[in-house]
Ligand binder design. Structure first.
Ligand SMILES: Nc1nc2c(ncn2[C@@H]2O[C@H](COP(=O)(O)OP(=O)(O)O)[C@@H](O)[C@H]2O)c(=O)[nH]1
Ligand SMILES: [Mg+2]
Length: 244
């Protein structure tokens, strides 16, 4: 709870037995609900997460692997049922520093944004920590997504450290969001179409040798999704701007 707002953190996890205990154990105390979504892992992710479970932690397991985007949507639906006000996403591989969570939540708590995204490229240590290929790919995808979605200040479209307001969850068609890699680009397009306010805050990039599931072939899908975002923005009837 922060300033009487109830906070949930969704933790998508697929074969994260190595990192999931630490991710759950280091959740700040102001988090009211930790929702681990085990995306049909073949390792002991669920058992480890359950063993760490306290009153505020719950584990939902997908019977089949559905993808990181689908895991996050499952978490959003659960947090809506729990009646939380703000929902953050922190990956199950411990790549989000819990120290950054207050600043990720703050723009929503202050009523200044509907969706907050971490931006790792703003961090002074990024050139030392983020592998160069990742850095280049991240910058390129952000450039494309910024123009496709019409979000001029977007700098790190691929960062998974995010927060969303309950109102934004209600406004989105959750079932229509792309379920796998590429979901952040698709989601940003959907947020922009709904005229929801997207804000970025600096977060620390964390790389400690965790394996990424992202492969070159996923870039084709992500490219397609960015193209679809641009197409939908250009052909969709313009809605009147929200006065806020
Ligand atoms: N690779 C992969 N990750 C998934 C899936 N479902 C949920 N996740 C979780 O999504 C998060 C991000 O995935 P990751 O491969 O680390 O992406 P990256 O950090 O952007 O390279 C991790 O916490 C995964 O455990 C899935 O189907 N595949
Ligand atoms: Mg990762």
């Amino acid at each position: 709870m922060i300033e009487s707002a109830r906070i949930a953190v969704v933790v998508p996890a697929f074969n994260e037995a190595r990192w999931i205990a630490e991710t759950v154990a280091t959740m700040p105390s102001f988090v009211d609900h930790v929702i681990v979504v085990d995306d049909a892992s073949s390792d002991t992710t669920s058992a480890i997460a359950r063993a760490t479970a306290s009153e505020r932690v719950e584990v939902i397991r997908h019977a089949d692997n559905r993808g990181v985007g689908a895991a996050i949507i499952t978490g959003y639906r659960r947090s809506r049922a729990l009646g939380t006000d703000v929902v953050a996403v922190m990956a199950g591989d411990g790549q989000m520093d819990p120290v950054d969570l207050p600043s990720v939540l703050r723009p929503i708590l202050a009523g200044e944004a509907d969706y907050v995204k971490g931006n790792r490229l703003l961090h002074p240590g990024v050139y030392r920590t983020m592998p160069p290929q990742r850095l280049a790919g991240t910058a390129a995808l952000a450039w494309l997504t910024r123009h496709a979605a019409g979000l001029p200040s977007l700098g790190d479209s691929q960062c998974g450290y995010t927060a969303i307001s309950r109102a934004a969850i209600d406004a989105l068609d959750l079932g229509a969001i792309w379920p796998r890699y590429g979901y952040p680009n698709d989601l940003l397009g959907a947020l922009a179409r709904e005229r929801l306010r997207v804000r970025e805050v600096m977060v620390r990039p964390v790389y400690r040798g965790e394996a990424s599931g992202l492969r070159a072939r996923h870039l084709i899908t992500i490219g397609y999704l960015i193209g679809r975002v641009a197409y939908r923005r250009l052909v969709a009837p313009q809605r009147p701007a929200v006065v806020d």
